[in-house]
Design a protein around this ligand. Sequence first.
Ligand code: PLP
Length: 443
Amino acid sequence: MKEQFRNDTPINYEVVSRQIDEMNLASVGKASIREIKRLVDNIEQASGEKYIRMEMGIPGMKPSSIGTEAEIEALRNGVAAIYPDIDGIPELKKQISRFVKNFMDIDVKPEACIPTVGSMQGSFAAFLTLSRMYPEKDTTLFIDPGFPVHKQQHKVLGQKYESFDVYAYRGEKLREKLESYFKKGNIHSVLYSNPNNPSWICFTDEELQIIGELANQYNVVICEDLAYFGMDFRKDYSQPGIPPFQPTVAKYTDNYILLISSSKAFSYAGQRIGMMVVSNKLFIRRAPGLPQYYNCDNFGRAMIFGTVYALSSGTAHSAQYALAAMLKAANDGKFNFIEEVKVYGEKAKIMKKLFTDAGFHIVYDTDGEEPIADGFYFTISYPGLTGEELIEELIFYGISAISLAITGSERTEGLRACVSLVKPSQFPDLESRLKKFSLHHAV
Ligand SMILES: Cc1ncc(COP(=O)(O)O)c(C=O)c1O
């Protein structure tokens, strides 16, 4: 920032600088999500000013009472004392199977629908088991940008991964790019999130078809991370059994595992419950590498009685009743879970306009010909600044976000902004702070 503007920043320049020094960070621009959070907490306390907090992707909504009441009742009935089945209570398995039929139009047997301790445990269990099916296939491919914790899971497991930024490979270009990895024969699975954290791009049906076809051709399992299930608000995916349905690669291949989180779509992050949905065919697949680690060569059995048993022996009993009740109500058309979270999209629409009016650009901006949806996240850049520089500047203007660089994105000029914690009552502050920012950073 130019020296002449230092006495004109929305948050006192000296206070912010002192807090940055006290945190002893090598660079604010390279800080992790949790470090940025701590820094902003400290500045808010020292300055008495509230930030526009866009650094963390935490749900900002109350869960439906359908879930909490069912969970309380289950606890009253004493389920806390009893081990749940490793692969989930029958009612939840049935409702997950109904849910994927009603909202994705796919057929999966209840036995292949497994609750997990958050979608995070689902991906951990998936990577662990998938990497052991075929000795020659020892590597995961990430279609980035992505959620950094999945890569951390690989580091913790000592497993290999490769990745590429999909920005330059949308549409038909995706085929050749994916094939260049699959041809080598070492890829056991692919993971991407859709809608995507951090960029909020959504794959088109053409792209999902390409991914599915190549999964069949090269025997690669697709792990589709649906942490933001149904939250592409450009289409109405909220009516059970009625199209349009949440798009999925499962329409084009039987080589899939769906990871469906309850954290965002059902605002149930705190109870750590998610769903792993394995295709019927993959569930009964036999693979030569499995017996070295499990007492069978069958994928579904290895997953449940090997991996999930060893990790946590199932998922908290009471939370399963909560999720079963919410899914049942959604399946019966009595609970429009998507309507509950639409407010994220409404906020994003306004916030994106405030940013672009102030001279910012949306980095990942289209799906095919269409502008990307308004949802939980969006990506921004400012002419002439790298992502790192942009965070380092914005922090003096009472605005926080994270750098795209930590998500595997090659768009190093970009930041990820999350709308969930920003209140509409803060929009006037956001607008005036952005105006001041662009005044101080004339292009
Ligand atoms: C893309 C993505 N996958 C997975 C998760 C984790 O989901 P869960 O809370 O169900 O473990 C998140 C949470 O932010 C996410 O953004």
